[in-house]
Design a protein around this ligand. Structure first.
Ligand code: E4P
Length: 235
């Protein structure tokens, strides 16, 4: 499973990249607003320098010509730009055209299996079902991931399932179990993936015991301490 970070904050992207397990980045206009980005193209270029993997940059036009023109400009920024396109009729038309031009796309705001099916038929590189936002309205985001993975496998579509709107580690676990190709998540969720209280307790015990052993060695002349002394006695 590939891990993407879902943010436009450069320090967060650098921190996740430093972990060595980051495969890509997703952004959207709301994430850009949070950072107060003024130079959108420049910001995407910087992200593409930090992360060599796919970087999703979202168009804001909603008509096919506008989407195509914005998307072609975004695709010029760097080889790893993926043009993010909303799952609307004009978006689907644009995705079809982008796929013929060899421009990678991430079809976003997917909330149903029929939408995902159409996006795959249009040739989207990624489909982004929004798990958290479905959960927010008492629907089941994970069911949607399972349905899409099943449908794509049945027909052999190569569109990758990118589980989006991930809010917590269980979303990641269940997406992985369902066979999602990618999970995009905030930095705090990425960090939580490696946390476990038993790891912390176990490590503390190991280190405390190691420190105690060093103390015992230091207080016993001859290096190997009590164990060595006992062995000599027995011999
Ligand atoms: C990513 O591509 C999506 O834009 C993002 O995951 C949406 O997440 P949210 O529902 O937390 O805003």
């Amino acid at each position: 499973m590939k891990f993407f970070i879902d943010t436009a904050v450069l320090d967060e992207i650098r921190e996740a990249a430093d972990m060595g397990v980051l495969d890509g980045v997703t952004t959207n206009p709301s994430l850009m607003k949070k950072v107060g980005v003024k130079d959108f193209h420049g910001h995407i270029a910087t992200i593409c320098d930090i992360v060599p993997g796919p970087v999703s940059a979202e168009v804001t036009a909603t008509d096919v010509d506008g989407i195509l023109s914005e998307g072609r400009e975004l695709a010029q920024i760097a080889d790893n730009v993926v043009v993010k396109v909303p799952l609307i009729l004009d978006g689907i038309k644009a995705i079809k055209q982008f796929s013929e031009e060899g421009i990678q796309t991430n079809c976003t705001l997917c909330f149903s299996p029929t939408q995902a099916l159409v996006a795959a038929k249009a040739g989207a590189t990624y489909i982004s079902p929004f798990i958290g936002r479905l959960d927010d309205i008492s629907s089941n985001g994970m069911d949607l991931i399972r349905q899409i993975v099943h449908i794509y496998a049945t027909y052999g579509y190569t569109t990758e399932v990118l589980a989006a709107s991930i809010r917590h580690p269980m979303h990641v676990v269940e997406s992985a179990e369902a066979g999602a190709d990618v999970g995009t998540m905030p930095l705090d969720v990425i960090k939580k993936l490696i946390q476990h209280p038993l790891t912390d307790i176990g490590l503390k015990k190991f280190l405390d015991d190691w420190k105690a052993l060093q103390g015992a060695d230091a207080s016993t002349a001859g290096g190997d301490g009590a164990a060595n002394g006992k062995a000599k006695q027995e011999a």
